[in-house]
Design a binder for this molecule. Sequence first.
Ligand code: FAD
Ligand code: SF4
Length: 489
Amino acid sequence: MSDAPKQPAKPSTPSLNPFPLRERIKMPRQHMPEQSAEERARNYGEVNLGYSAELARQEALRCLECAKKVCTTNCPVGVKVGEFVQLILAGDFAGAAAKIREDNVLPAITGRVCPQEDHCEGACLLHKKGESLGIGYLERFVADYEQRMGIHSFHKVPPTGKKVAIVGSGPSGLTAAGELVQQGHNVHVFEALHELGGVLVYGIPEFRLPKQIIREQLDYMRAMGVEFETDVVVGRTVTIDELMEEEGFDAVFVGTGAGLPVFMKIPGEHCNGVYSANEFLTRINLMHAYEFPKYDEPIVDCRSKDVAVIGAGNTALDAIRSALRLGARKAFVIYRRSEAEMPARAEEVKHAREEGIDFQMLTAPVEFLSDSKGWLTAARCVRMELGEPDASGRRRPVPIKGSEFDLPLSVAVMAIGTSANPIIQSTTPGLKTNQRGYIDADQTTQRTSRKGIFAGGDIVTGSATVILAMGAGRRAAKSIHEYLTTGVW
Ligand code: FAD
Ligand code: SF4
């Protein structure tokens, strides 16, 4: 049987790739250089070290240059993968970065944290033959190159005189801001916290997404003309109606995320030593616990302690890998389903295993036990088996009778999900929400029930991903621009 892919490659321009398809599909994917597991498990440096120019070129040579760009159609912001990979082959790394930036205003971030296996790389034809093209790694390479060289590739158009307020500086808000400012609108981002970036800065730890990378992307946006204001809780400091009626904003985008912690409501959950992942990670990321002993943030003292996280998404893995780096003696993931259902990015699961995280699968806590002073001593757990599929389509975990056991612990972190940040909804009359408190917004235009107000990201969908939030920000920017230029709602 032939090894050649079914879909013939028909590049519209002559290919720069000297290798025939048959050889390209045999080329192994270039590994991402990384810190060794032993070393990185005890420091906060970035795990992945990035491709060199040579590795990037070698990886780019694997691209099959398919006629039907399934990688692009499966990217929520439509990055032109084939075109930027060709520019890498031409040695034009700045051009490749500019090509990505036509659709994606945060390439150094998506190149690091996108769940590529669910999007561009999942659709890549090479994936069917073995390992997909390293699209995320290539994206990161050119974005880092652009940053290192101090290259700016955005275009300026004459000002329209229209003002847009963006509420929240997470990936949805930043994307909407970056797109709108390039259309000539005056864009002002309001952020409740003292740091910009949303989950990118207070949730995702330094070892996966260095704060410096986020700062650089924000500086890039400042250079584009986006204005930022921190410590403004819209709904408290100022309402959306005041922004529109008194401060002259013509449109508002709400990207306030879904950061409210959810608990299991089991006995003992409020004892000392049990945290929400949100609090745990915020203390580490924004209150500098990761820079111990330079900063002494005692609340998340994990040194020589046994720590567990409940849940198995990206948040859970970030929390437990942070605990390991803060000196935990043993670090457990407790998850009620099996490995196949784990929602975390595949690369994070692999890295966590290599670092020595102990995965207790098909297991759930039923109670937290504490000492006479109220400090956590153990989680009483039960083993599970998988039954029939539930509403999510995943097989329902069912407790096995008599399988209870106690897992000694000093710290437990709850990472079983989050719910909507509620302030905007409760202070903006006429803004419709669904039963779970998320803002109702049209899936194509991101329009809400209130004229001039748009919404997107986790505050509409519930907790999702960076690139899905960015996709919503991009759609919103398009329809805000239409609204501002035509006046039609
Ligand atoms: P957010 O990023 O939540 O940003 C919302 C912002 O709005 C926040 O800064 C908040 O302070 C601000 N805000 C809220 N209310 C107000 C107000 N009233 N006034 C002003 N500002 C306000 N996704 C991935 O794709 N890959 C990953 O590896 C990944 N890892 C994750 C790790 C963790 C720990 C967490 C928690 C999530 C992770 N996610 C990941 C999910 C992803 O980060 C989110 O889906 C994404 O950040 C949502 O973007 P957003 O813009 O909707 O909201
Ligand atoms: Fe893939 Fe994400 Fe880049 Fe899109 S933005 S091409 S999904 S890595």
